[in-house]
Write a protein that binds this ligand. Structure first.
Ligand code: NAP
Length: 349
């Protein structure tokens, strides 16, 4: 594109000089054809192209808040933003939106940061996971969004996601509601989470705009190449969650449930595990290897920690994993998902 642009400017500027009646040549070079001006316009063009082709809806490193209570969410949100994080991920079902809201208010009072400096994602619980879990219709969806905004003490959220595809028969209605709420300015970007190709194609079939982002479980043991290609082909921002599944410390406390098996935990502890070896090679932590792998593939990440030193570690990712090691990690895919204890939401029909 850039080469075409430079050629077209050159062609435009090399218009032959006009021979005047008295035999002299008139200099017809356009004012904006000097070499400096051409370079200036080319740089502007490149910047515009890069902006247009970037589908990054959220800052690449965000703080995850699942399994944080309200007080932990307040403390960690404040500390993370203070450290440099500019994206916080929460959800109605995490029951900690109020903690995130309190931290934001303190940040806006204590620092020069404004609302527009911080990206806030929250999620609609769609219903339908269990029999008693009522599926939300248009009205229920609006009420949920209003409640999240009240909890967060915000006028709008930057990204609102349908948390999962469990609302069979009502997915389209929920999507239509999100579109209308976006029109009203209560949401900047609308997206989904845990939606597979079949769910996204339902929107396509009805001619609806596709989501701006899809938040999905992604880590070296669950790489989902087919879904990733689909999302990339359709300019849907990929937000990776549970990046740290291969760590022995991932959700190790009582009540932090998942489908990660005992064998997987054993593999995580293996002193010869590829992630431990890579951590030594690059002189970083295992967590940093897992997070950097995702960033290098262009995914946004949402590491969660209630420990300040880990939160900082998870943000400091300035090293580069070389091609050979990226390929080595690519070969560690085990397929499947482990985060949701009720089963893989991508498998919902
Ligand atoms: P994660 O961020 O992959 O890992 C968190 C676990 O790893 C915790 O047990 C944490 O323990 C530990 N940990 C964090 N940093 C560490 C480090 N540097 N070294 C060693 N251990 C570390 O897990 P996640 O919470 O499953 O996913 C991240 C976020 O994604 C969530 O918080 C949530 O915002 C989002 N998410 C979304 C969905 C969805 O369905 N949309 C599902 C799951 C998650 P400590 O807290 O004790 O440090």
């Amino acid at each position: 594109m850039v080469i075409i642009n430079l050629f077209s400017i050159k062609k435009f500027c090399s218009k032959p000089n006009v021979i005047l009646n008295n035999g002299t040549k008139e200099n017809t070079t356009f004012k904006f054809c000097s070499s400096h001006t051409i370079i200036f316009w080319s740089v502007i063009f490149v910047v515009l192209i890069m902006e247009k082709s970037s589908n990054n809806i959220v800052p690449r490193i965000g703080l995850g808040t699942y399994n944080m209570n309200s007080e932990e969410a307040e403390e960690m949100t404040y500390a993370a933003i203070d450290y440099g994080y500019r994206h916080i991920d929460t959800a109605a079902v995490y029951r900690n939106e109020d903690g995130v809201g309190r931290a934001l208010n303190r940040i806006f009072t204590d620092t020069d940061l404004n609302r527009s400096d911080i990206t806030i994602t929250t999620k609609l619980w769609p219903g339908g996971l269990l029999k008693v879990d009522r599926v939300k219709n248009n009205e229920g969806t609006i009420k949920s969004l209003e409640k999240s905004l009240r909890n967060l003490d915000l006028e709008y959220v930057d990204l609102y996601l349908i948390h999962s595809p469990h609302a069979k028969g009502k997915r389209l209605e929920q999507w239509e509601t999100l579109l209308s709420q976006q029109e009203m300015g209560k949401i900047k970007n609308i997206g989904v989470s845990n939606w597979g190709i079949n769910h996204l194609e339902e929107l396509n079939d009805k001619g609806y705009p596709l989501p701006a982002a899809n938040q999905i479980e992604l880590h070296p043991w669950s790489q989902k190449p087919e879904l990733v290609s689909y999302l990339q082909d359709n300019d849907i921002d990929i937000i990776a969650y549970s990046s740290l599944v291969p760590l022995s410390t991932w959700r190790h406390k009582d009540g932090e449930n998942s489908l990660k098996t005992d064998q997987m935990y054993k593999d995580s502890e293996d002193a010869n595990s590829p992630f431990k070896k890579l951590a030594v090679k690059y002189n970083v932590s295992e967590a940093q290897i897992l997070l950097k792998w995702a960033l290098q593939l262009g995914y946004a990440i949402l590491p969660k920690s209630i420990q300040i030193d880990r939160m900082k570690d998870n943000f400091d990712l300035t090293f580069t994993i070389d091609e050979v090691d990226m390929e080595l990690i690519e070969n560690l895919d085990r397929g499947g998902s482990v985060t949701w204890e009720y089963g893989d939401p991508l498998a919902i029909k």
